[in-house]
Design a protein around this ligand. Structure first.
Ligand code: PLP
Length: 355
């Protein structure tokens, strides 16, 4: 059990909770009352505490702003059917956070520090966890280089912050995607497996071009002539080919999604065969022509799962079935039931905060 003993908590004198319309939660707009902060200086994390959410100030020279040493996580807490709150897969997010920090030459923190900040924050802001179906409290931990110096170097000082905000059900309009055959998001030896801010910045331009062409997202490939599929926008991608759930295997250019991992585990439980293997655009095209591509969808914390309704391959548009009770929907429903306590938490994914 995590205690509050060592942590200083400064509560807000005026909660903003009553100002929020929980029926109209625009994603990423509403922020809860408090935030966790810690500073890394002299080779150690210190001053882990909670304070009211608000502006922080620093000089324009901090290294993160110039050289992009910045890493984040995205996780969720859910309102359970008994009124308690559960935080989903803390350890899995922690492990990935540490891998991202390591790749960017940024300092690790202990699991204890990560958990303590997170659990105290969510306990304090528990009234912000929405209860309507499909909604959740989105949690954003991040670290950035805060040393004040503009010469290129690995920063020796960092700031860790965690804030959260309620989000409604993601409107899952089936996506129109195109296989991106020019730009690439990540390549072997790069930072694709790390959740670093720059990966997003670099993906904006090709995504913007795809949107101008009428698509919602791009299917990223590995840049090889075979156009092996890697991810869908900022989500991992899954295909149901002839009844088998197929997803590209993890590599240093694919983000190790917690939702991806959860879907594979639950597919197994539901008796759905899975394969983690290379899928090329050529194979997808052949499957589409033979009508054996049953479903395609993306997975990620924000949307949980987003169905794909069409895939453009080299300028040819193919439509993909979006079944009402297919593999995606079945797995998503089981995942929701586990998170809200309707189904048993066999894999110990929930950290339950008793209120
Ligand atoms: C965060 C992210 C995902 C999804 O990971 P989850 O842990 O499931 O939220 C997939 N791809 C990229 C590039 C990401 O940044």
């Amino acid at each position: 059990m995590i205690t509050t003993e060592s942590m200083l908590i400064k509560k807000t004198s005026k909660s903003r909770l009553s100002e929020v319309d929980f029926h109209d939660l625009e994603f990423g707009k509403i922020i809860s009352d408090h935030m966790v902060i810690s500073d890394y200086k002299n080779d150690d994390w210190s001053n882990l505490h909670i304070e009211p959410f608000g502006d922080i100030s620093f000089t324009p020279t901090i290294l993160a702003l110039h050289y992009g040493q910045m890493v984040f996580e995205g996780m969720k807490a859910f309102r359970m059917t008994d009124g308690n709150v559960s935080i989903f897969r803390i350890e899995k997010h922690y492990e990935r956070f540490m891998r991202s920090l390591d790749r960017m030459c940024m300092p690790a923190m202990s699991l204890r520090m990560f958990e303590e900040g997170l659990i105290n924050l969510i306990k304090l802001d528990a009234p912000w966890v929405p209860s309507s179906e499909g909604s959740a409290l989105y949690i954003r931990p991040f670290v950035f280089a805060s040393e004040e110096r503009f010469g290129v170097k690995i920063s020796s000082e960092y700031k860790y912050i965690v804030f959260s905000g309620p989000v409604g059900p993601y409107y899952n309009k089936p996506l129109r995607v195109k296989v991106e055959d020019h730009y690439i998001r990540a390549t072997h030896g790069g930072t694709g497996f790390a959740k670093c801010a720059g990966n997003y910045g670099g993906s904006f331009y090709p995504t913007h071009l795809a949107k101008m062409q009428g698509f919602d997202q791009v299917l990223w490939t590995d840049g090889s002539p075979d156009l092996n599929i890697e991810e869908s926008g900022t989500m991992n991608v899954m295909f149901v080919i002839d009844g088998v759930l197929v997803t590209p295997p993890l590599s240093d250019s694919i983000l190790d999604g917690v939702t991806r991992d959860s879907f594979l585990t639950l597919a197994h439980e539901l008796g759905i065969h899975t394969q983690q293997r290379t899928v090329s655009a050529l194979e997808l095209e052949a499957a589409l022509q033979k009508n054996i591509l049953n479903e395609a969808f993306g997975t990620g914390t924000a949307a949980v799962a987003g169905p794909i309704q069409s895939i453009d391959i080299k300028g040819k548009d193919y439509s993909v079935p979006v079944p009402e009770n297919g593999v995606m929907v079945k797995i998503k429903n089981l995942l929701t039931d586990i998170r809200t306590g309707k189904a048993p938490d066999k894999y110990h994914w929930n950290t339950v905060i008793k209120l």
